[in-house]
Ligand binder design. Structure first.
Ligand SMILES: Cc1ncc(COP(=O)(O)O)c(C=O)c1O
Length: 477
């Protein structure tokens, strides 16, 4: 058979490669600790058409649809599958003999450790398929099945360089320049920086204390539909501990949002790096767990709970979309760092140890959240905030100040760094009353000083506002 480099189907036939496998519910009835439960047996999202390969065609962007597999990458995938007796003059892999490392060992804080040497270490330093280290993929497939129990739709996962990489990939996969995209009114900066070159139309849905409001989303979509405007193909949402607002979307709302995705035909990109930092003690079903129709792309990351520098993340997506994402990875980085993937594998292989680390991480942030909340008491009457049920952020609305931007500079001069709400608005020139406070790394003993400086800065700013527009602020406050 003649190889034509332009034909993915042919390549698949030649090498008998199935780039995507079906995640099947292989979950045994053995108990999953509540901590690892991101599904709800009682959820019923109703019946919706399951998207098929042709349906996905309308979501895939022109740029993405032009991508073709690199023959050498296909051969690398194949090399991991063929019999060891196969003789190869094909692969461009380096000879492991040139790797200068003999042994890698990392002691864990809670005892035990990670050790790699010999063939195992050599494999952790070698090229791997773009989808990821095969043994890690196998382990993560089990992990996703156990903790989300996604409905039986053809889907698979791919390793990414953290969640940000996943966001970038989703934009490339789904968006045409100028496309509308649904997200929250205030959204993660990394989304905006990804989107800027696309010059999209941002449909920013307001949030209340329970996050994105589905009824408002429906009004926005219905209005667009009735006016014949282009409808969004993608929604980006941080369901648990949103950055910056700290909100957690309750399961009833998640179901309504999912139903809207089916009704108005869009894909939900669920970016969930704060899933394990849930201080409510109640497990919440993920969008993936209710995805009967194949409309969810889920982004996971270990950055906030294991290590940010490992750049460990993975994307779980319906197979036809994942196939495209693999082609993006082939072209942009061949694959994420194998050594990081090998370390991640060691961590997820022992669910009990992982659970204990994740719980410690949650408890550490939980106590820090409470500490900052107590420290913020001097701000009562000057600002409004809700105590976040998850994540790492307080989202403060400063009273009687239209725009916090200059206040942030004053605070900086007095020794306190803050992020203005503008960082989370697509149009960063807009005025904004909000600031984001992160409690992850500040020294506990600095919290009350920070709060003191902040309250003084707010008072000074309010005074300036009152001097500028005495009537308005006198009636408002
Ligand atoms: C919601 C959200 N997504 C993605 C990221 C990027 O994280 P990663 O290190 O996994 O790329 C962040 C980091 O702050 C985040 O808050």
């Amino acid at each position: 058979m003649k190889l034509t480099k332009n034909n993915l189907d042919l390549m698949k036939k030649v090498f008998e490669i199935k780039p995507c496998v079906v995640l099947r519910a292989k979950y045994s009835q053995a108990c999953t600790p509540e901590f690892f439960k991101f599904y709800d047996e009682n959820i019923n999202v109703g019946d919706h058409k399951v998207l098929d390969v042709e349906d996905y065609g309308r979501f895939i962007s022109t740029r993405s649809s032009r991508r073709e597999p690199a023959i050498t990458r296909v051969i690398t995938s194949l090399a991991y599958k063929v019999d060891k007796k196969m003789i190869s003059l094909a692969e461009g892999m380096p000879n492991e003999g040139v790797f200068p490392f003999k042994k890698l060992s990392m002691d864990m804080k809670k005892g035990g450790g990670i050790m790699m040497e010999g063939k195992e270490l050599a494999a952790a330093l070698q090229y791997v398929p773009s989808q990821g280290l095969p043994s890690l993929l196998t382990e993560l497939r089990k992990f996703q099945e156990d903790i989300h129990r996604p409905p039986d739709v053809p889907r698979d996962l791919m390793i990414t360089n953290g969640g940000q990489h996943g966001i970038y990939q989703c934009a490339e996969l789904l968006l045409e320049p100028g496309d509308p995209i649904v997200t929250t009114e205030y959204a993660y900066t990394g989304l905006h920086s990804t989107l800027k070159p696309y010059q999209p139309e941002i449909l920013g849905v307001p949030e209340d204390n329970d996050g994105l409001i589905p009824e408002t989303l429906e009004c926005i979509l219905e209005d667009r539909l009735s006016r014949g405007l282009k409808m969004p193909k993608m929604m980006y949402v941080i369901p648990t501990g949103s950055n910056p607002t700290g909100t957690v979307i309750p399961v009833e709302r998640r179901m309504k949002i999912y139903a809207l995705a089916c009704k108005y035909d869009f894909i939900i990109v669920e970016d969930d790096p704060y899933m394990f930092l849930n201080y409510s003690g109640r497990p919440i079903a993920s969008f993936l767990s209710m995805d009967k129709a194949g409309r969810v792309i889920r982004l996971d990351s270990v950055s906030k709970v294991v290590s940010a520098g490992l750049r460990g993340g993975w994307v779980t997506a319906p197979s036809p979309l994942l196939e495209r994402l693999q082609l993006h990875s082939q072209a942009e980085l061949l694959h994420p760092c194998t050594l990081s993937q090998a370390i991640l594998l060691k961590l997820v292989q022992c669910r009990e140890t992982l659970g204990s680390y994740l719980k410690s991480a949650r408890d550490l942030y939980w106590s820090r959240r409470d500490a900052l909340h107590s420290a913020l008491q001097p701000l009562e009457g000057l600002a409004d905030w809700a105590v976040p049920d998850a994540g790492l952020f307080f989202w403060l609305r400063v009273r009687d100040v239209d725009d916090v931007y200059s206040m942030i500079h004053t605070a900086f001069e007095r020794g306190l760094m803050l992020v203005p709400g503008q960082a989370f608005i697509y149009d960063s020139n807009a005025s904004c009353q909000y600031i984001r406070l992160t409690f992850s790394k500040i020294r506990l003993e600095d919290m009350s000083t920070a709060s003191q400086i902040l309250s003084e800065v707010i008072r000074d700013e309010q005074k300036k506002s009152l001097e500028k527009e005495p009537k308005r602020y006198a009636t408002e406050s």
